[in-house]
Design a protein around this ligand. Structure first.
Ligand code: HEC
Length: 470
């Protein structure tokens, strides 16, 4: 033993154990699927690191940002991260896409373990901790989603937390506790922030410790174990398997980086609890299956979709090692349980797919233009709802134009055209109209569908009547 190892061993007595562990025999033939747990761990570390950086700038407050009252502190701080903090946008994207990837990887990891029957004795504890890790991952995604405090996150959460009321006995208590009241409000934001930053990560780390210690203790699983099982070829963990693990981690990091640098994490209009822009909420994609179920059943069966089916699902996962107890691990010798699992997965996948197909458009088609729109009642919500992500005080400040205030709208841009984009009384000469109609390129809002016809007409009518600050 060299000096450092000896020093360490004299104090901990761990050196021998670690050395033995590094060379312990593992199955020789492994597929990349066997390393999804490592990929999930890597993604969690990514969430922790990027989360720490985001927390340095993010402000968990729904209160108005004083210079621009239509924006909340939370929303403004996200704009700040995206446009003003160097590389802030990449960090936010890594966090957003990392969360999505983590859900996918954790679920795929579970499916692999299920298929290979790796939850069987003596690995029940590992499996149960794993079920807990899945639930923590989903809870982290759900609570984190609210934090930007935009329309999408606000309304998805409002619908989601309202469903707590269906829980038996404690329903109303749970709902008001999580929301901090009868409705989603500014207290919901601070509660979710505390859960997202402290409670859930701590719970996840504890469960992971159990999971990881059990994996270390039992080693990687062989497909057939126990007496009489055919002897399988093995290799020492280090360097062979450790090397493969690094490849998987690097591949996961590469995929994440490519996605995060190419696709901006979404940010829509700031949350408006009065919903003047009539935003239709859409849940997180991994809850689409519940959403689809709810669309099918009459409302009095909602508790079945929200509580009963998920509860049965979780109980079934927990009971799995107790139900499927035969000695065999190959799928071909566990046909009934594999079939049951396949049916459940197919049902979830089909519901999720159907949920995707029928995502509502965020606007009612019956929307009608107003003859005498006012700035505060109509125009301001339209501009805040569709333009402020780029033409805001912080957001990009595109063309030097801030559309959150009357003064900002009237002041005019700086690039490429200097001067006002609204000419009172002359909608057809006002650049703002020409840009939203697409008569002048680029059509606005940039990167999104065209504005609703009724809204374009509202802007026209407002300018026609003198573009007043009413
Ligand atoms: C995704 C970002 C984005 C969104 C959303 C967006 N814009 Fe723009 N807008 C830009 C950029 C970038 C420019 C400068 C483009 C150019 O001139 O090449 C611009 C330019 C403009 C201009 C021309 C300003 C000038 O002085 O030349 C107007 C008017 C305008 N936008 C209106 C709107 C309106 C109204 C909305 C909402 C309905 C909107 N924009 C939404 C990014 C955006």
């Amino acid at each position: 033993m060299n000096g450092i190892v000896k020093w360490f061993d004299e104090r901990t007595g761990w050196a021998k154990g670690i050395q033995e562990y590094m060379v312990h025999p593992v199955p020789r033939l492994v597929s990349p699927l066997d390393f999804l747990g490592v990929a999930a761990l890597f993604l969690f570390i990514n969430q922790a690191v990027t989360g720490i950086f985001l927390a340095m700038f993010y402000v968990p407050s729904a209160a108005s940002y004083a210079p621009h009252p239509s924006l909340s502190m939370a929303y403004e701080s996200i704009l700040f991260i995206m446009y003003k903090v160097p590389l802030g946008w990449v960090v936010r994207d890594l966090h957003f896409w990392g969360a999505n990837l983590m859900v996918i990887v954790v679920v795929t990891h579970m499916l692999r373990v299920f298929y290979e029957g790796a939850y069987k004795k003596p690995r029940e504890l590992t499996w149960w901790a794993g079920v807990g890790l899945l639930l923590m991952t989903l809870a982290l995604a759900f609570t984190g989603y609210l934090l930007p405090w935009d329309q999408q996150s606000f309304w998805a959460t409002a619908v989601g937390t309202a469903m707590f009321k269906y829980a038996p006995f404690l329903g109303h208590f749970l709902m008001t506790m999580f929301q901090g009241g009868e409705f989603t409000n500014s207290l919901t934001l601070t509660r979710f922030y505390s859960l997202h930053m402290l409670v859930l990560p701590a719970a996840l780390v504890l469960l992971f410790a159990v999971h990881f210690i059990m994996v270390l203790k039992q080693g990687m699983s062989f497909i057939e174990e126990g007496e009489g099982a055919p002897k399988q070829k093995t290799v020492p963990f280090f360097p062979y398997t450790a090397f493969q693990m690094n490849i998987v981690v690097l591949a996961t990091a590469a995929v994440l980086l490519v996605i995060a640098t190419n696709y901006l994490a979404p940010l829509v209009a700031p949350a408006d609890p009065l919903n003047k822009a009539m935003y239709v909420p859409i849940p997180l994609w991994y809850f689409f299956w519940v959403y689809q179920f709810l669309k099918w059943v009459p409302y009095y069966l909602d508790p079945v979709g929200v509580i009963v089916i998920p509860a049965i699902g979780v109980l079934a996962l927990l009971a799995l090692p107790l139900i499927d107890r035969g000695p065999h691990r190959e799928a071909s010798r566990r046909k009934p349980i594999i079939a049951a699992g396949a049916v459940a997965v197919a049902a979830l996948a089909a519901l999720t797919y159907l949920g995707f197909l029928t995502v509502p458009t965020p606007l009612p088609s019956t929307l009608e233009a107003q003859a005498h729109p006012t700035f505060s009642g109509t125009i301001e919500p339209i501009l805040t709802g569709n333009c402020v992500m780029c033409h805001g005080p912080t957001g990009g400040d595109m063309a030097g134009q801030d559309f959150t205030t009357y003064a900002g709208v009237m002041k005019g841009g700086t690039t490429p055209v200097k001067g006002p984009v609204v000419i009172p009384g002359h909608p057809s000469k006002s650049l703002i109209v020409l840009h939203v109609e697409g008569k002048v390129a680029p059509r606005m809002p940039l990167g999104a569908g065209p504005l609703h016809k009724a809204w374009i007409q509202d802007i026209i009518n407002w300018i026609k009547e003198g573009a007043k600050n009413n």
